[in-house]
Structures are given as structure tokens and as C-alpha cells.
Design a protein around this ligand. Structure first.
Ligand SMILES: C[S@@+](CC[C@H](N)C(=O)[O-])C[C@H]1O[C@@H](n2cnc3c(N)ncnc32)[C@H](O)[C@@H]1O
Length: 201
């Protein structure tokens, strides 16, 4: 972990601990009439996301200032702020209102709202990012399908983990039973374990 990442994490931990949010356990939420369990705020690498954000202007073929970025499961909101600092319009959603209220105070120039990712409307975004909101592969697949079926053609999903079904189908281009297809976007920089899926048709 590089030095700036370490410092950001220390500051975040301090803020979270002051508000008793550092050791939040699994968060229950409703999906399809069942109660499911979500991960609390466990962070992915900032550096990998910064590198991935640097690829988006080329992949999306859109000026950076017009890119609408959404972080699903934003917690304190640091990834949103990173996207905003690159020049994008950045929003975040989270299941836990305490995280959302905190994110609004820490990063007032981003837009944060309290929402369940499984009920959200993704149609207006160019880039949607998430890092394991939950463990269950079935839920990962459901979220993947919701986001990708709603995104416009050419838009991207940036994730640290894809479903088993997506990994099996992703040899070149993956076709979904919902009628859309995606491909893994080629990147020039090291984006760690992030995967960028671009919607093709
Ligand atoms: C693993 S953390 C993600 C951390 C951060 N996004 C990052 O990349 O470093 C998961 C976050 O997802 C949120 N979350 C889990 N299930 C969710 C859901 N169904 N809808 C919205 N947010 C959810 C949790 O509250 C938590 O903040």
C-alpha cells in the first residue's frame, strides 16, 4: 500500500471510529422479499481506481467533464471524491444512512443519497463502480444484470469482482439472456484487480 493510500485510510478510520462506524457488522437489506446481508465499508484500492478513471475518457469517448460517475456502496465517499477531482460529475449511494450523512459532510461537492443498489435506476450514468457490496454470488449477478441492462450502450461498469456466470461467459464478448452484450475493456495502465466491462449492444 502506498503512502498516500495509508494516510487516507488512517484519516477515514479516525472519522469512522469517532462516529462508531468503524466496526459496523453486516448490514441487512431486503431483496426480492428476502433479508440479505451486505458488507459494511471495507475499502478497495484508491490507486487502482485512479488508474481506471484515467482510462475512461478514451474508453467512453467523452470529455471528462461530461462523464457521470456513480459509486455504489460509497461508504464515506472517498472514491466519489477521486472521480470528482479528475473532473467527472460524481455521485454515490449507500444502504446505511449514517455513511451517506457522513459522506455529505466530508465531500460536500459530490452528491450522495441513501438507496438500495438493487432498486436504483442506472440509466443516466456513464460509469458505475462498486467493490463487493455483498458476498453472495447470486446477488452479485443480480446487481450486475440490473446495472448492465439499464446502462446506455458504450457505458461501463467498473468492479473488483464479477459473478461466476459473467466470468464463464466473458471470453471476448459476453451475451446476456437479457439481450445486451458486454466486453472487457482493454486498458493501458495497471488497474490492479479492477475489471472494466463495457456495454456493447
Ligand atoms: C465493501 S464496501 C465498499 C467500499 C468502497 N466503495 C470502496 O470501493 O472502497 C461496501 C459498501 O456497500 C454498501 N452496501 C452494501 N449493500 C448495499 C446495497 N444493497 N445498496 C447500497 N449500498 C450497499 C455498504 O454499506 C458499504 O458501504
Amino acid at each position: 500500500m502506498n503512502l498516500s493510500e495509508k494516510i487516507v485510510r488512517r484519516l477515514e478510520d479516525f472519522i469512522l471510529a469517532e462516529r462508531n462506524l468503524k466496526s459496523v457488522g453486516n448490514i441487512p437489506f431486503e431483496h426480492d422479499g428476502n433479508i440479505e446481508l451486505a458488507y459494511p465499508y471495507i475499502r478497495a484500492s484508491n490507486q487502482s481506481l485512479i488508474a481506471a478513471l484515467g482510462e475512461l475518457e478514451r474508453i467512453l469517448d467523452k470529455p471528462i467533464c461530461e462523464i457521470q460517475f456513480l459509486e455504489v456502496g460509497c461508504g464515506i465517499g472517498t472514491k466519489c471524491e477521486l472521480a470528482r477531482l479528475t473532473g467527472m460529475k460524481a455521485s454515490g449511494i449507500d444502504l446505511l444512512p449514517e455513511y451517506v450523512n457522513l459522506a455529505k459532510r466530508v465531500y460536500p461537492d459530490c452528491t450522495f443519497s441513501h438507496a438500495n443498489a438493487m432498486d436504483c435506476d442506472y440509466t443516466s450514468f456513464d460509469a458505475v463502480y462498486y467493490h463487493v457490496p455483498f458476498f453472495n454470488d447470486y446477488l452479485v449477478q443480480q446487481l450486475e444484470e440490473r446495472v448492465l441492462s439499464q446502462l446506455r450502450l458504450g457505458a461501463v461498469l467498473i468492479v473488483t469482482r464479477i459473478s461466476e456466470a459473467m466470468s464463464e461467459n466473458l471470453r471476448g464478448e459476453a451475451r446476456s439472456r437479457h439481450g445486451y452484450s458486454v466486453q472487457r475493456a482493454a486498458v493501458e495502465k495497471d488497474i490492479g484487480r479492477l475489471i472494466i466491462l463495457q456495454k456493447l449492444k
